[in-house]
Design a protein around this ligand. Structure first.
Ligand code: GDP
Ligand code: MG
Length: 246
């Protein structure tokens, strides 16, 4: 099955929050996207939603220090674009402030149901990635690691890296899933949207409620409009800032 229940194409920008206190009320379901600057986070959100400009892809890593909130059409369900971390030029004071705020978000946000951690397949599991995963496991959050820009490697090497990172992820002793992803090749979108559906409790949107009139839930609009996630979507530009020789 390649269809997702939630129609991610209907995601729309809601707000940018400078810190977690300025986020929308802590209700419903939320999934956050995190990763080092330049890991391909914005591209992955654009690819998932098939909207080229939804999350601005930036050639200036570390510029955006805001939490971007995207509302989905389904009631009280959101995607959260966390600021990229690990950008060398960000002052230490700011890094520490952000670290504290991020930990607080992971720990206290009730509606946060899962965390997507994006890593360039060529530079996976850096120290900050590992810290983030440890912390998320600690607070009981499920994690989906996406090895981004998979197109940079041939299929054999992609699989080898995937197995290697899956193996390494066992050390976290948490609910950690690892998948390949490429915005350029639209790879891994099905796996991503399935996991999001699960975390955002999409099942609630299609299953008839107890006592509901027969037939009412059978022809659910959301299912009918669900997108074919593996089809064409907004293309993102390939890396131009990375060495071509790899
Ligand atoms: N080859 C390739 N490049 C990608 C892919 N996704 C993103 N990029 C490039 O990687 C750079 C950083 O992407 P961006 O989405 O802005 O990363 P972010 O800083 O994590 O939001 C940009 O130059 C993108 O064009 C991909 O799937 N394949
Ligand atoms: Mg970005």
């Amino acid at each position: 099955m390649s269809k997702s229940i939630i129609n991610y194409r209907k995601a729309s920008f809601f707000t940018s929050a400078p810190d977690i206190r300025r986020l929308p009320p802590d209700t419903g379901y939320e999934v956050a996207f995190a990763g080092r600057s330049n890991a391909g986070k914005s591209s992955s959100l654009n690819t998932l939603t098939q909207q080229t400009g939804l999350a601005r892809t930036s050639k200036t890593p570390g510029r955006t220090q805001l939490i971007n909130v995207f509302n989905l059409e389904e009631e009280d369900r959101r995607l959260i674009d966390l600021p990229g971390y690990g950008f060398a030029k960000v002052p230490l004071q700011m890094k520490l402030k952000w670290q504290k705020s991020l930990n607080e978000y992971l720990e206290k946000r009730e509606c946060l149901k899962g965390l997507v951690v994006l890593m360039d397949i060529r530079h996976p599991m850096k120290e900050l990635d590992q810290n983030l995963i440890y912390w998320a496991v600690e607070v009981g959050l499920p994690i989906l690691v996406l090895l981004t820009k998979a197109d940079k490697y041939k299929s054999g090497k992609q699989k080898a890296e995937l197995l290697k990172i899956r193996e390494a992820s066992l050390a976290f002793q948490g609910d950690v899933t690892v998948e390949l992803f490429s915005s350029l090749k639209k790879q891994g979108i099905v796996q991503l949207s399935r996991m999001l559906d699960k975390w955002l409790n999409a099942a609630e949107l299609v299953e008839p409620q107890a006592g509901e009139i027969e037939g009412e839930a059978a022809d659910d609009q959301t299912t009918a409009e669900a997108i074919e996630v593996s089809d064409q979507s907004a293309a993102s530009e390939p890396d131009q800032d990375m060495p071509k020789a790899d």
